[in-house]
Design a binder for this molecule. Sequence first.
Ligand code: NAG
Ligand code: CA
Ligand code: CA
Length: 217
Amino acid sequence: MAVPSCTSITLLLPLLSLLTAHIHCQSEEEKIKLEVTHVPSVCTQKSRRGDLVNAHYDGYLAKDLSKFYCSRSEKDGHPKWFVLGVGQVIKGLDIAMMEMCPGEKRKVIIPPSLAYGEKGYDKIPPNATLIFEIELLGISKGPRSVEAFQQIDLNNDKFLSKDEISNYLTEEFKKDGKQRDPSMHGRILTDIFQKNDHDNDGLISSREYNVYRHDEL
Ligand SMILES: *[C@@H]1O[C@H](CO)[C@@H](O)[C@H](O)[C@H]1NC(C)=O
Ligand SMILES: [Ca+2]
Ligand SMILES: [Ca+2]
């Protein structure tokens, strides 16, 4: 299906992760090694799976400590936004950034099985152990949160109908103010139902929507 252009990705982030979020099965024996290097004096909130987090991180190859990624020098130094725990970043980072306070800093050593594996990726060689220095800047409720579900579920019956999701898409599209091919709306809607309406009853239940079992609705 057609995917919205790059420029709209930030605003459509909730949407895109509705389309692409999936559960990762984890069988690896290997674990990350985590060190908390700075704790803020006040911690009002801790990061959870499904939260939209804002962070800076630098990545190094463990074998020679060469830096392969630095969020501070990419994209004009804007920190990265992503949904935590849904595979938008490598597994090791998803794990390392749980239960973290805004302002907290961590250093983590990630085995290849929780990073880019036997194949490697781009600047990352095969079987590379990675080191990340992470600073969490902010947390907001993510698209797969209970809050997001309730926002879409206008009649509050715990099911998302086509109309409700269509409304939500319309509102999201209005927010970024771009002209769009009207057929895209329909295509996204169809795609959302194909990927999420597992029992094909034309409604997305809280269970179908919510990949996080611990988020009781
Ligand atoms: C990566 O590790 C696997 C498993 O230990 C091994 O079979 C493979 O040969 C390694 N690949 C490279 C390029 O070192
Ligand atoms: Ca509903
Ligand atoms: Ca359903």
